[in-house]
Design a protein around this ligand. Structure first.
Ligand code: SAM
Length: 230
């Protein structure tokens, strides 16, 4: 899968892809990551990429021309399945969206900064607008990294069996059950006996019950939806 990230702050995009599963995905050839500095597509002699708002008001707006030139050039090589703009007024990122995006071949993620990007870019180029939560970040770089991580770990072969994404929260509509490792007794708190029993069917039943309890307590709306589908 190719992910192209368009940003004014390329250095911010480095660390999330240098470690753990994202690093592995790149090394194994599952992820081809391209970080594009939008400033390189500025035609302005000062490499200007932002300007004041029409109508007045505090804060700069990212100019449309450098973004459009960058997207035109990239699209001429390989058309994108989705061009995503990360923005607080987008549709909230969830597991079904991550699942769907993991089946695409080539996506672009545009990171905003300052007051955001000129509306005409959103209308002409963007195919999907995604928010990672109901709060405002300084820029879209962290949001782009969140989306890329949620998507790439779902590509078959990225995670080993031991960390199968299918057992994670949300995949079956429930939150994950609690997990334990050694020691069997930690400061007087024992690991539930069933998990030490080696009885596969009982362990599966216990985990399912715990997932139901946790979901009902913490996310009643997910629980209701799950129970309606049962
Ligand atoms: N003026 C914008 C608003 O109120 O909607 C916020 C601009 S924010 C300071 C700068 C950029 O950070 C946005 O253009 C967007 O790309 C990114 N951003 C901020 N919060 C985000 C969120 N919750 N999800 C995704 N991207 C976000």
């Amino acid at each position: 899968m190719q992910i192209h990230i368009l940003t004014l702050f390329p250095e911010l995009m480095e660390a999330p892809f240098r470690h753990s599963m994202m690093k592995r995905a790149i090394e194994k050839g599952h992820l081809h990551l391209y970080i594009h500095n939008i400033r390189n597509w500025s035609t302005n002699k000062h490499n200007q990429v932002d300007d004041t708002q029409y109508g007045g008001g505090a804060g700069m707006v990212m100019m449309p021309e450098p973004i459009a030139r960058c997207l035109d050039e990239l699209q001429a090589e390989t058309p994108f399945d989705e061009i995503i703009f990360v923005t607080p007024d987008g549709e909230l990122l969830d597991q079904p969206t991550a699942n769907r995006l993991s089946g695409t071949q080539n996506i672009a993620i545009l990171c905003g900064h300052y007051k955001g990007v000129d509306q005409r870019i959103r209308e002409k180029y963007i195919t999907k607008e995604v928010s990672i939560g109901n709060y405002v970040l300084t820029g879209g770089e962290l949001a782009a990294a969140v989306i890329a991580d949620a998507v790439v770990r779902l590509i078959p072969g990225v995670l080993g069996d031991e960390t199968s994404a299918l057992e994670d929260s949300f995949q079956d509509g429930l939150l994950s059950p609690p997990v334990y490792t050694r020691p069997a007794d930690f400061r007087g708190i024992p690991v539930p006996e069933v998990l030490q029993s080696g009885h596969t069917a009982n362990i599966a039943t216990w985990r399912h019950e715990q997932a139901l309890i946790r979901t009902r307590e913490r996310r009643p709306e997910l629980y209701e939806k799950f129970m309606q589908g049962e």
